[in-house]
Write a protein that binds this ligand. Sequence first.
Ligand SMILES: Cc1cc2nc3c(=O)[nH]c(=O)nc-3n(C[C@H](O)[C@H](O)[C@H](O)COP(=O)(O)OP(=O)(O)OC[C@H]3O[C@@H](n4cnc5c(N)ncnc54)[C@H](O)[C@@H]3O)c2cc1C
Length: 439
Amino acid sequence: MNVIIIGAGTGGMCLAHGLKRAGVSVKVYERDHTRTDGLYGYRVGIDPTGNRALKECLPPELFDTFVATCARAPKYLNVLTERGRFTASFPLRDDHDPVNSERSVSRMTLRQVLLTGMEDVVEFGKEFTRYERNADGTVTAYFADGTSATGDVVVAADGTNSRVRRQYLPHAQVKDSGVIAMSAKVAVTDETRALLPREMFEGLSMVLAPRGKFCIWHVMEFKWDRDGAVKDGIGGNEAELVEKWPGLLYDNTRDYINWGFSASVDKYPANVMDLRGEKLMEVALDMTRDWAPNMRRLITLSDPGSCFPINIRTSVPIDPWTSTNITLLGDAIHTMTPGRGVGANTALRDAMLLCRELTSGKPVVEAIAAYEREMIPYGFARVKDSLAQNGMNGDDALHKPVIGRLMLAVSRAFFSVTDRIPALKRKFIAAQYAYRGAE
Ligand SMILES: Cc1cc2nc3c(=O)[nH]c(=O)nc-3n(C[C@H](O)[C@H](O)[C@H](O)COP(=O)(O)OP(=O)(O)OC[C@H]3O[C@@H](n4cnc5c(N)ncnc54)[C@H](O)[C@@H]3O)c2cc1C
């Protein structure tokens, strides 16, 4: 069997590792020209589902390198008001378990880890344009540079705007969620560190504000310092892996605070998607006028070069289709809002499952049908959950003035009560971990 994967992103590379380890002939065709192209600055939360897939598909040392190159895991899940008052603070489990842990990784770092050791598998500068089915059952993929590749199986791992999906399942649509987000990074310095209370600095914090405004705060503290040298107190094995990790040479990731603000489209100036840097930071400051001064100060101290807008999109679920030797994974089939932070994790789950099926010995189409029977329901369920969470649906009443206030009061009351009653608190935390695949 000869497998062609379109797209060297999170899901595509996890699958490629798994197939390569199983001895399957696999090639990945990536649009970017080098392994360092693209904007891969932000943080991705890898949950037990994602850890499990990476552990199963990656060579053991590479999985250890992934763990060693993650940022310190968050210790708390905090819920705050826009004035900076804590509504709730839930302690999270430590990250010593390789699978049942929550991890924070820089997207660029994860990309470097996933591309390591795959020089013979990945071809860069290959922008997929279309495919053709051949009389012998194989499929030929064509690229913008005039070249082509033929395989027994084609896997679309080419993200939200998947060209494979457009040709294969033209009725599958991706639509705007009606929400726009803005994100930026702030370097960790003595000044910026002092602006966050300890639980916020050590945790992952969600600010729930009136009229559906929402902001998430992450702090990324890595095991290496500003010059790339391993920090004091990092254990022997991890220090060794960080030091010998080849991808580190390409990475400009240093400790930072990351904020991601979102609100429904009608709250923004009409040209927001054209704004970048300081102009966009001004929009964020304008939309948070009555927020806590320390949060606004952090917005002011952001690196303008890291500030960009994101038009949040979501798939429209479709009915199952008849399986063939072309299939899809990750955002290519189930793009979801970042509402539950599970897009990458679901792409990784797809990769693990598809790898298992393709190496199960079943005939190819039967294996793909088994994968799709499982992937379609959980994938679109995640799409639905992610749209319903944290104001990610612009049509939600949460974004309206009066009813929105009421809904905000109800959700704050829920978090506050859950935080205060130990049995509810334990149940809430267990439910979060279960949703994210912990055993
Ligand atoms: C701000 C933000 C925060 C997020 N945070 C989280 C989080 O905390 N946890 C989480 O689980 N998810 C998160 N996500 C979602 C996550 O990033 C995606 O769901 C995940 O990257 C999807 O992986 P993928 O492999 O399907 O696609 P991608 O990783 O997007 O990879 C697609 C690849 O295909 C390539 N490609 C595209 N078109 C072509 C073409 N025509 N030919 C060849 N190659 C092509 C691209 O260059 C890219 O390399 C977040 C998303 C955003 C926007």
